[in-house]
Write a protein that binds this ligand. Structure first.
Ligand code: ATP
Ligand code: MG
Length: 438
C-alpha cells in the first residue's frame, strides 16, 4: 500500500454517521476545540463502530492543539500517559480522550520524541504532526478513519472504508515493520477480527505467524491490559481460537499452551473453551466476569499439573496446591502481570476446589460462608461440565444454596459417613486439616 497524497473525503450524505449518535460529552469536546480555532475530529474505534452501525464503547478525539492547550480548555481535564501524552476530559462517568495528531514513525526516525528498542519496538511516541501523519501511525486501516465535526465528513487516508465493507483487518503499511514496532498490535488484530467477525488480511496474518515470539518482550503490564480486553469483550471464545490458530496463545500463556498440545483429547482442552463460552454469554447478557475468574480458568491446568508433581515428591495435597499456585502465578507474571487484587482471589478459587468434596459436619455450612464461595462454586460447575468432577457434586451444591435450612441439614446428613465409622482421632485430624485450609 502506497501513501496517497490526497485522502478520500466522504461527505455527510454518503456515510451513515449522524451527529445524534455521538455522546453529549464527545460533542461538547469537539465543539469547544473548534470554537477556539482548532481542528477536532473523532477517530479510531468510535468512527469504525459507527460506520458499522454499532454502538461505540467510548469516543476518542484528535486535534491539532497540544495536550497542554487542551487541558486548559476544560475544567474537568487532566494530562495522562508517558508513552502517549493524552488529555482525559471527564463528564461524570464518561471520559473523552483527546490526543494530539502524531507523526508517522518513518518520517521521524531520528526525532527526539520517538524512541525505539533494538528490536524496533516503540517505547515513547510523542512527536506531533499533521492529521495525515496521524493516520499513518495508527494500527489498522479500519481504525484510522476520522469524523470531522466541522462538516460531518469522514476522512480516509488508508483505505479503511473499503476494508470495513469487506470485513478485513489490515495493518497500515508494512505489517512486519508495524508489528515489530508494537507487538501488542498482533493481539489487537485478533481482538478486532474476533469482535467484528472480520478476516485478518493475508500479509498481516503471515506476519503474525512469524513475529509471534516478539510478544515475549512486551512489558507484562501492557500484556495484561490487552489480554483482559481480549477475554472481556464478549468474544472470548473466538479470540482464544484465533490466538491459537495464529500461534500467539503460547506466547501469552506458555504453561497453558504446553498442557493443551500434550493433552488434546483430555479435559484441559474443554475446560478453557467452555469457560470462555460461558464468559461470553454472561458479558453479552450485561453481566460481568472478573479477570480473576478468567485467569483462574486459564491457569488451572498448569496449576493442577504442578500440584501433582509436588505431591509425587511427597507433599500434602493442600500444601502442594498452595505451592503450585505460587509457582504458576510467578511464571505467568513474566508474560502478563497479575495484580494482587486478582491473584489473591485466584488462589482462593483454586484452594476451595478440594473442599467441595467434604460436606459432612460443619464443612458445607462453613464453605458456603466463604467470601469466595460463589466464584469457586461457578468454577467447580465448569470443572464438572468438563468431566473433571462428578455432575452430582455440582448439583448438590446448587441445591444446597436453594433450599431452606432444615433441608440443608438433611442434605448434609445424607452425605455424611455413618456415625460408627468416625473415630475420635480421625475427626480431630480432619478438624485440624480444615482449619489449616482456612
Ligand atoms: P475499542 O472499541 O476496543 O476501544 P479502539 O479501536 O477504540 O477499540 P483503542 O485501544 O481505544 O481501540 O485505541 C483507539 C485508537 O488508537 C485505535 O482505533 C487506533 O487508531 C489507535 N491505536 C490504539 N492502539 C494502537 C497501537 N498499539 N498502535 C497504533 N495505533 C493504536
Ligand atoms: Mg476505544
Amino acid at each position: 500500500m502506497s501513501k496517497p497524497r490526497s485522502p478520500v473525503v466522504i461527505p455527510r450524505s454518503e456515510h451513515p454517521i449522524s451527529r445524534a449518535q455521538l455522546s453529549e460529552s464527545a460533542l461538547k469536546v469537539l465543539i469547544r476545540l473548534r470554537e477556539v480555532g482548532h481542528e477536532s475530529q473523532l477517530v479510531g474505534g468510535c468512527v469504525r463502530d459507527l460506520m458499522l452501525g454499532r454502538e461505540p464503547k467510548d469516543f476518542d478525539v484528535v486535534t491539532d492543539a497540544q495536550p497542554e492547550t487542551v487541558r486548559k480548555l476544560f475544567r474537568n481535564a487532566r494530562l495522562i500517559g508517558r508513552r502517549f501524552r493524552l488529555v482525559h476530559v471527564r463528564f461524570g462517568r464518561e471520559i473523552v480522550e483527546v490526543a494530539t495528531y502524531r507523526a508517522a514513525p518513518e518520517a521521524e526516525q531520528t526525532a527526539a520524541g520517538l524512541e525505539l528498542t533494538e528490536a524496533g519496538r516503540i517505547v515513547r511516541d510523542n512527536v506531533y504532526g499533521a492529521m495525515e501523519d496521524d493516520a499513518w501511525r495508527r494500527d489498522f486501516t479500519i481504525n484510522a478513519l476520522y469524523y470531522n465535526i466541522a462538516d460531518f465528513s469522514v476522512t480516509d487516508y488508508v483505505g479503511g472504508v473499503a476494508d470495513l465493507k469487506q470485513g478485513i483487518v489490515r495493518v497500515i503499511g508494512d505489517p512486519e515493520v508495524r508489528l515489530r514496532e508494537d507487538p501488542v498490535r498482533m493481539l489487537r488484530a485478533v481482538r478486532f477480527a474476533a469482535k467484528l467477525g472480520f478476516k485478518i488480511e493475508a500479509r498481516t496474518a503471515g506476519a503474525l505467524h512469524k513475529l509471534a515470539p516478539l510478544l515475549r518482550d512486551v512489558p507484562p503490564s501492557r500484556m495484561f491490559d490487552e489480554v483482559i480486553k481480549l477475554f472481556q469483550g464478549g468474544c472470548a471464545l473466538t479470540s482464544f481460537e484465533m490466538l491459537r490458530h495464529y500461534e500467539l496463545f503460547g506466547h501469552v500463556f506458555p504453561l497453558t499452551e504446553e498442557g493443551m498440545t500434550r493433552e488434546q483429547d483430555g479435559f484441559p482442552i474443554t475446560l478453557v473453551p467452555r469457560a470462555l463460552a460461558n464468559t461470553d454469554t454472561r458479558i453479552n447478557g450485561g453481566k460481568s466476569v472478573t479477570p480473576a475468574f478468567l485467569l483462574a480458568v486459564l491457569l488451572w491446568e498448569p496449576a493442577r499439573r504442578q500440584a501433582d508433581r509436588l505431591m509425587e515428591r511427597g507433599g500434602s495435597p493442600h500444601e502442594a496446591f498452595r505451592m503450585a499456585a505460587s509457582d504458576v502465578l510467578r511464571e505467568q507474571a513474566r508474560h502478563t502481570s497479575i495484580p494482587r487484587r486478582f491473584s489473591t482471589p485466584m488462589r482462593e478459587i483454586w484452594a476451595l476446589q478440594p473442599r467441595f468434596a467434604r460436606r459432612h459436619g460443619k464443612h458445607a455450612f462453613r464453605l458456603v460462608q466463604h467470601e469466595r464461595f460463589r466464584a469457586a462454586y461457578d468454577f467447580l460447575c465448569l470443572r464438572a461440565e468438563a468431566g473433571e468432577e462428578p455432575a452430582e457434586l455440582c448439583e448438590w451444591w446448587t441445591r444446597f444454596q436453594e433450599v431452606d435450612e432444615a433441608e440443608t441439614r438433611a442434605m448434609v446428613r445424607a452425605v455424611s459417613p455413618p456415625k460408627g465409622r468416625r473415630g475420635r482421632s480421625r475427626s480431630r485430624k480432619r478438624k485440624a486439616a480444615s482449619h489449616a485450609q482456612e
